[in-house]
Design a protein around this ligand. Structure first.
Ligand SMILES: Cc1cc2nc3c(=O)[nH]c(=O)nc-3n(C[C@H](O)[C@H](O)[C@H](O)COP(=O)(O)OP(=O)(O)OC[C@H]3O[C@@H](n4cnc5c(N)ncnc54)[C@H](O)[C@@H]3O)c2cc1C
Length: 596
């Protein structure tokens, strides 16, 4: 059984005790929002996800999606759950009020997403893709397109998809062949074949709005010649209701390792009517608005999986009786001790625990900064926030999905053979979470984005939003007795990160392969140092509160225990990451291609 209780207490801690939620509520856009409202919304979201989505997770995995005559049917219960999702207004939560959204901060939207992904990753993809498509449309669509499509997408009546991948082109979108031909009425005719399109066809919404990358006839070769088009499944009538069927057909769905209730579609566009989004040949710029939103969203998938893995493993470890504690029987009345007593099982449980709590703390920091980037009071504040979000987007995507998968694997290990068989549902978590490291740009590509695109601009300006607060925290807390050795550990890891950053900048300038060889280890290094900073801050908040007797005492003591475990058992990895980065590309590149 997958076990899940919405982690509302930790969400509250992260929002209002670790981070300063009032930083958002003082912004004009969120003047009607406060911490109590956030808490109520998350509580309701927790009920919906644990009561409606979780029960459909295993059945959706078993049943999967079906394709018959171009029509995709989602598993039993999904349509009803989607209807409830829309009726309760969850699709509109952080969407802009001018188009019918509720205008709540993205930070709250991301916490809701975490709970959706924890309880039913497959379900989450449908509204997730719609959310990303809306971002691109809002930023780059014409006023007409926005007025026609956004309200329906916000209500969830219409959903979105993202059509990039073709059989011969995945990472390298410059190779794509789908064509668009301009028409006299200002529209375009789009033709081509796309594969791997999540939510490309399904029975949840009455219309599907595809955002499609295609090439105009006069387009420059490669990535600079790609444009973005909006192609609806049904062409809207004058009154805005879905009318004539457009020339887009689902020709196949993929049979895959996990997320079986998410339809991954092959789509054939045959003279389909489309509208240009953004400027001709500038499609990648517009698509990046969607991709960046999706990348953060995929990172949150990793976080959700980490949480449900942890909770499921804890529940099992407290019940499963095997062996006796090495310190002598702890439950002598039972025939054996529950496995939770064993250090090696605790190693796994604590790792999953800090993965989930750490990612939640970091995810909330990035989400709050994203809200400031959108709604900040002045230009400078918005720019600084954008810099930080740009830096952290690949980190959130890759680190969180790596840790989510690691947690799912540890959950299986905690269950032993009972994890490997299907009955308990934890092997599903491994299968479901594996894709998150691949789609939206593989984690290797995220690392290249980090070192190649995010570090260099403006002499490393993007790093300031991370490095400055860490440096200031270390300087201010050197003598802080609450933190003890932690500040020394943080200082050491931060020093390694600074050295590695300088090294990559210097070597990468002379030889880009050096930056490529360091990228994945560097991403993990910067991710772990960011987490270490947040764990140290967590301790600074939690220690004084842990002295006060009351219902929260165990919560704060638990936070301190998590932080200590992270510093003792996870952070030391930064030393080996630094050594790997320092070693450079030589041994990686030594063999000739044909020597493999
Ligand atoms: C279930 C599922 C859902 C998906 N949903 C969507 C969707 O909704 N819309 C959509 O458009 N696509 C979608 N995709 C496609 C997905 O985004 C791609 O699979 C992914 O981007 C990788 O592309 P690829 O599979 O062609 O791998 P390739 O690009 O062939 O990469 C193979 C390997 O080579 C590495 N590699 C490639 N190029 C480089 C390079 N330049 N430098 C270093 N390493 C490199 C990669 O990191 C990877 O490890 C989905 C895929 C799946 C399986």
């Amino acid at each position: 059984m997958q076990t899940y209780t919405p982690p509302l207490r930790d969400m509250k801690f992260v929002l209002t005790e670790l981070h300063d939620f009032s930083r958002l509520t003082t912004l004009e856009a969120f003047s009607e929002v406060d911490a109590d409202l956030a808490e109520t919304v998350l509580e309701e979201g927790g009920k919906f996800t644990s009561e409606v989505l979780l029960p459909l997770n295993a059945s959706g995995d078993r049943e999967g999606c079906r394709l018959e005559n171009g029509v995709v049917t989602t598993p039993k219960g999904f349509r009803e759950a989607y209807r409830q999702f829309c009726e309760a207004g969850w699709s509109a939560l952080s969407a802009p009020p001018e188009f019918g959204g509720q205008g709540l901060p993205e930070t709250i939207g991301m916490m809701l997403s975490e709970m959706i992904c924890a309880t039913n990753l497959s379900f989450g993809l449908y509204p997730g893709l719609t959310g990303g498509a809306m971002v691109a449309l809002r930023k780059y669509g014409s006023d007409e397109l926005k007025a026609l499509y956004l309200p329906k997408m916000i209500s969830g009546e219409w959903s979105g998809s993202m059509c990039l991948t073709e059989a011969h082109c995945g990472t390298d979108l410059g190779l794509l062949r789908t064509k668009a031909v301009p028409q006299e009425d200002g529209t375009y005719r789009v033709s081509g074949a796309k594969i791997f399109i999540s939510a490309g066809e399904h029975d949840l919404s009455e219309n599907i709005i595809h955002l499609v990358l295609a090439r105009l006839a006069d387009a420059p070769a490669g990535i600079k010649g790609i444009s973005l088009f909006l192609v609806p499944k049904y062409l809207p009538r004058e009154d805005g209701t879905p009318g004539e069927r457009n020339g887009v057909l689902c020709t196949g769905i993929e049979h895959k390792m996990g997320i079986k209730a998410s339809a991954t579609c092959q789509l054939a566009f045959d003279d389909a009517k489309g509208w240009l989004v953004g400027a001709p040949h500038k499609g990648m710029q517009a698509m990046f608005a969607m991709m960046n939103a999706e990348r953060l969203g995929v990172g949150i998938q990793g976080l959700g999986i980490a949480e449900v893995s942890y909770q499921s493993a804890v529940a099992y470890a407290k019940e499963r009786l095997q062996g006796r504690s090495l310190a002598g029987a702890k439950y002598p009345a039972l025939p054996a001790d529950p496995i939770v007593v064993h250090p090696d099982v605790r190693r796994m449980l604590m790792t999953m625990r800090v993965n989930a709590e750490g990612c939640r703390a970091l995810g909330a920091w990035v989400a709050m900064t994203l809200d400031v980037a959108e709604h900040g009071a002045d230009e400078r504040q918005r720019r600084d926030a954008e810099d930080f979000v740009a830096l952290m987007t690949p980190v959130v995507k890759a680190l969180f999905t790596d840790l989510g998968f690691e947690s799912a694997n540890l959950a299986v290990q905690t269950y032993g053979g009972h994890g490997y068989i299907a009955d308990h549902g934890v092997e599903q978590l491994v299968r479901d979470s594996r894709i998150a490291m691949i789609y939206e740009g593989t984690n290797g590509i995220q690392a290249l984005d980090l070192v190649g695109r995010k570090l260099p601009p403006h002499m490393g300006r993007n790093l300031r939003g991370l490095f400055h607060p860490i440096a200031a925290f270390i300087a201010e807390n050197k003598e802080n007795p609450l933190l003890g050795e932690m500040v020394t550990g943080l200082e050491r890891a931060f020093g390694a990160l600074q050295l590695a950053t300088g090294q990559i900048a210097e070597r990468g300038m002379k030889d880009p392969e050096e930056a490529g060889a360091a990228a994945t280890d560097y991403l993990r290094l910067i991710g772990l140092v960011s987490l270490a900073y947040l764990w140290a801050r967590t301790v600074a908040v939690a220690v004084p509160k842990s002295f006060a007797a009351g219902p929260d005492q165990a919560f704060y003591s638990g936070k301190i225990a998590s932080a200590r475990f992270f510093y003792d058992r996870v952070l030391p990895e930064t030393a080996s990451l630094y050594l790997k980065i320092k070693a450079g590309k030589a041994s990686m590149m030594a063999l000739a291609d044909d020597a493999f």
